[in-house]
Design a binder for this molecule. Sequence first.
Ligand code: GAL
Length: 359
Amino acid sequence: MRRFCFLWSKQGEQSSTIKKHRKPGIRIVCLLLGVCLLLTGCQGPQKEEEKKSIRIGISLYRGDDTFINNIRNELEEKAKEYEQEHGIKVTLDIQDAKGSQNTQNNQVERFISLGCDVLCINPVDRMDASMIIDKAMTAEVPVVFFNRQPVEEDMNRWDQLYYIGVDAKETAILQGQMVVDLYRKSPEAVDINGDGMVSYVLLEGETSHQDSLIRTEWSIQTLKDGGVPIEKITGGIANWERSQASALMEQWLGAYPDTIELVVSNNDDMALGAIDALERAGTTKVNVIGIDGTTPGIEALENGKLLGTVSANKGIYASAIMELAASCALKEEKPEEYPLVDGTYYWAPQEILIHDLEE
Ligand code: GAL
């Protein structure tokens, strides 16, 4: 497996009657109280007692999504590392919204009632984050959204809202580029039947996801710009899911036998679904490319079943979520290692991973 790194570097007077009847002892107590008030007043607002523990409420749009699961595992690791490095107890309350915005809204309400210091939300419906934002703003609990980007109008409602993800256009360009590079080096590895044209099918993620359209558009554009002669046979939406992609690919293999040379997939899970269908059909001579660099994706890459993927650096992705969330919870400066674009957005780095055909 070869790696090509590309790092994206892309906030009163007492009433006279009381005075008259006051006993001397009472006067001393009042005087001491007055001195105390004066002293604290002179010091300005009292520094909040140093927090020794933080509670983070995390809601995942779907706990069975492979990429999200990879991020979750990394987050749990990063929380342990944070505890060790900073001597602060970190409690992660992780909930699965199971694809329901309503469930997620209830989870947010519960997180707030449990006293979470910060929320990390992977929204179910990125167009419908307003309820979460309303609840968080009222309770003054900051929110770090990730992976599914709320609309700008929502993000602009409060300065305690953040977003962490990967840049979709960059992902797509890297995905297209790996095929361009391979084609330039050995055209026969891409134009498998040697007819001067690379016939491809396209597997797309959820239509409502900000990344699907961008990934599709720029991946194909990069192939064209890079001089790969491509022709689209067909395409379909498989909502990031392996089984849906597998069913589509099976249909396409039946409808266009011995035609498909390349499968361009918006993520690894759908790419794996296409590979499942290819294996069932006994065909191996088709190149499949994905995005994410998930655990099963990398395994397929190592086995030579997946030609390549664009892997988000999940360690950095999760660290950025953990560090940003902790800084919000502790009311500290934002972490410098994860610079926020416009004070709000952090884009995690990604890299091309490609199977070495010479291996
Ligand atoms: C994408 C990822 C998909 C899926 C989706 C969920 O960024 O590539 O595999 O996890 O997020 O929102």
